[in-house]
Design a protein around this ligand. Sequence first.
Ligand code: IPE
Ligand code: IPE
Ligand code: MG
Length: 258
Amino acid sequence: MKSVKKKRKKSLNSNTSSSNYNDLDPAKLPSHVAVIMDGNGRWAKKRLLNRIQGHEKGSKTVRTIVRACREIGISYLTLYAFSTENWQRPQSEVLALMTLLKKFLESEKKEMLDNNIRLYAIGQIERLPENVRQTLHNVMALTKNNNGMTLNLALSYGGRAEIVKMVKEIAIKAKEGRMGPDSITPEIISEHLYTHQMPDPDLLIRTSGEMRISNFLLWQIAYSEIYITDTLWPDFGKDEFVRILKDYQQRERRFGKV
Ligand code: IPE
Ligand code: IPE
Ligand code: MG
């Protein structure tokens, strides 16, 4: 008898999981989804594992959600991976996170190339360890012409530091006489932020139930729809992500109008 074992090809276009993308209205998809990926530590603690193991499991969720976004057709996905405040964690945890980031970039490079995903990074990239920066710049350079989706990693990112950077740049231009007070507009401010070539997030998701922004994209989320789920990031998956997108599509975005 012939073997009926089928090779299961992991294709980005296959839609065999229970998450039903077909229920999503393609005309009402968010262009930009931003995620505060929180809860790795609590996930590990619940299982009597160490925090690093939580981060490792969390990086698998990153892969799942990047794939889902690409399949669904979301143009920009910004992931809060490491904040300016996170430098204050124990050195061993910071080092483990940096090592994991490098490993993630190396392992996902091919998938990004195969699936037309551009990698971008926002934050104080200069503060990252040299070897991580090198890998990051390498993958960014390799994928810079991809236009299927932008995966935007917030690394050593802080919203206040970003605003300080923007104000300094504008102050320098003003001092040099290249810009006057009247030329400062919301558009000019946006142009001086890390996110200058992206639309503002339409949807901001935070996992693990914390009702706070934690210094993420302070200017850009002015009119983002917010969704906070109690699910810990390592437990987060495609099905819940699709449910959140459906919830988003039910919302009426009024932008202050009636
Ligand atoms: C998110 O998980 C990952 C980073 C902030 C780098 P946490 O490490 O904050 O997990 P909790 O909040 O302690 O559960
Ligand atoms: C926010 O999570 C930063 C990232 C997800 C990278 P934190 O765990 O650092 O935030 P707080 O401490 O709960 O505000
Ligand atoms: Mg946390």
